[in-house]
Design a binder for this molecule. Structure first.
Ligand code: FAD
Length: 533
């Protein structure tokens, strides 16, 4: 299968790649998806750690493109578990006959643009080459797992795992001494599960994260019926919201206008309801005014102090270095309660950093620990990792990794100047990771499909973001971020979890509503800011 040619090649077989395949096939395009994994599903294929679950409610976190699909699919719980979501994705792949155009177990290692022919040539890790006028990058924002380069990992005699590369057959930690490194979203979900199996669990925390109760439960049949009766309207309404999720009344009041009693009542109600957006919607200024945010942050810190019995552990778990909501807000089931178990110990890895992995465990600056298994819940090289791992070369053989050396630059998160005919789904500079991602994926893909359709009708062979529009967009993304509290946190939104990664605020936080309107307006104006030929 050498030198195969298609109308479009899609890199990645997650929710984005699969929808892009379906959408472009619908336009009559000959398309092929390349997926590095042995199955489709992306995030939900790789992240099989115990407790892995979606933070967005299952009725929302699903495709909207087929009303039959959304009416027929039954989600058992308020939030989907990883196995349920993967089952759903495989159902979609089968239902829409997608697998015949997906090549699994194949990693794209390079993508090179031929200026004369206006075609991309992609090379796989098997040495196969494939060409197409259009290259769609659906390689994921959280798809490049990162294991910190601790000295000595290779000599560890036990087993080690990364949450984002979890073995398909699962792991039984029964009776084991386990060390978990990292307390971000994956750690917060996984720790209560491992604690129930391990003989002893040590959790190494560098940064405390805010977590709210998920209040997961079986999906209420009455709520499901109601939701399905208004599904199409709800999906449409979601595009008009900041996070791409309908059903929450936008707050109108500042936290600082409310009395302390009113604030407490509001936060208590949201705490009882569960969910992160609902909590951040308590007042209208929690993400833009530090003083307002302090009231919400302190409320959650007090909750932690109330749940965790050992005051020193509670203080360590109570985040003090970032405003609530400025890092990915975790949702949990019994996370803080887990630290009341006699077999769980929290270790402050900021005060005494991990210095090396040893044959039997690890050593921090202060002490040595012995483990049967070590679990890295250390996250991903987010937003740019997957694309930087591919040798992408545009006009004049410019390398994308070089162009992005000081941080990613895109126009709308959709295209990169100098890389014609290459589209990115939910790329840096888009609101993707700050939204219900399936909605963002559908919005991006529909926009791209609309663009390709219009290009075909008008006889254009090439589209490219101009340098000027890209620069303006990057400035806008930064200006919007700077008007919020987001830049105050050392988060993966700014690449802070990767040593040496330039500190640039990558997502667009102006909201899905603003972004979608902007994209539509740009398309209506004949793709303003893009050069077509
Ligand atoms: C643990 C976890 C929990 C999450 N929870 C939520 C949530 O609650 N709500 C939400 O909205 N989002 C959540 N997300 C974000 C999630 O990534 C998106 O919702 C969504 O799954 C992204 O789909 P995608 O197709 O864009 O990317 P992915 O699912 O990451 O798929 C990308 C695919 O591309 C493949 N790939 C990458 N590079 C190459 C290459 N060079 N060649 C071939 N294949 C390649 C990868 O193997 C992967 O399968 C979560 C992410 C994680 C990691």
């Amino acid at each position: 299968m050498s030198n195969t040619s298609f109308d479009a090649v899609i890199v990645g077989g997650g929710l984005a790649g699969l929808y892009a395949l379906h959408r472009l096939r619908g336009l009559g395009f000959k398309v092929r998806v390349y997926e590095a994994g042995s199955g489709v599903g992306g995030t939900w294929f790789w992240n099989r750690y115990p407790g892995a679950r979606c933070d967005v409610e299952s009725m929302e976190y699903s495709y909207s493109f087929s009303n039959d699909l959304q009416q027929e699919w039954k989600w058992p719980e308020r939030y989907g578990t990883q196995p349920e979501i993967l089952r759903y994705i495989n159902h979609v792949a089968e239902r829409f006959d997608l697998m015949r155009d997906v090549q699994l177990d194949t990693r794209i290692v390079s993508a090179v643009f031929d200026e004369g022919a206006n075609r991309w040539t992609l090379t796989t890790d098997k040495g196969e080459t494939v060409t197409a006028p259009f290259c769609i990058m659906a390689a994921g924002n959280l798809s490049t797992p990162r294991v910190p380069d601790f000295k000595g990992l290779e000599r560890f005699e036990g087993n080690w795992y990364h949450t984002g590369l979890w073995p398909k057959e699962g792991v039984d930690f029964t009776g084991q001494r386990v060390g978990v490194i990292g307390t971000g979203s994956s750690g917060v979900q996984m720790i209560p599960h491992i604690a129930r199996q391990a003989s002893h669990l040590h959790v190494f925390q560098r940064t405390a994260n805010f977590s709210l109760p998920a209040r997961n439960a079986p999906l209420d049949p009455e709520k499901e019926r109601e939701h399905k009766a208004t599904y199409v309207d709800r999906r449409r309404a979601a595009y008009d919201t900041p996070f791409g999720i309908a059903g929450y009344l936008p707050p109108t009041k500042s936290a600082l206008e409310a009395t302390p009693e009113e604030r407490e009542r509001a936060y208590e109600a949201k705490w009882a309801e569960g969910g992160s957006i609902s909590f951040l919607y308590s007042f209208n200024d929690l993400l833009v005014n530090k003083e307002a945010n302090d009231t919400a942050s302190e409320f959650v810190r007090n909750k932690i102090r109330g749940i965790v019995k050992d005051p020193a552990t509670a203080e360590l778990l109570a985040p003090k270095d970032h405003p609530i909501g400025t890092k990915r807000l975790c949702l949990d089931t019994n996370y803080y309660e887990t630290y009341n178990r006699a077999n769980v110990t929290l270790v402050d890895a900021r005060r005494a950093p991990i210095e090396e992995i040893t044959t039997r465990g690890l050593r921090t600056r202060d002490a040595g620990y012995e483990f049967d298994s070590i679990v890295f819940a250390t996250g991903f090289d987010a937003m740019t990792g997957a694309l930087r791992e591919i040798d992408v070369r545009g006009v004049g053989d410019e390398k994308l990794a070089d162009k992005w050396a000081a941080g990613p630059r895109t126009y709308l998160g959709l295209m990169v100047a100098g890389f014609p005919n290459m589209f990115v789904i939910t790329g840096p500079g888009s609101p993707g990771v700050k939204s219900q991602m399936i909605l963002a994926i559908e919005q991006h893909t529909d926009w791209i499909a609309g663009c390709l359709e219009k290009m075909r009708a008008a006889g254009f062979a090439r589209i490219e973001a101009t340098e000027e529009s890209e620069t303006r967009w990057v400035e806008h993304v930064n200006a919007v971020a700077d008007s919020t509290l987001y830049p105050l946190a050392n988060s993966w939104y700014v690449g802070a979890n990767i040593p040496g990664k330039p500190r640039v605020f990558m997502p667009y936080v102006g909201g899905v509503h603003t972004y979608t309107r902007k994209c539509n307006e740009i398309a209506r104006k004949g793709y303003e800011g893009f050069a077509l030929s």
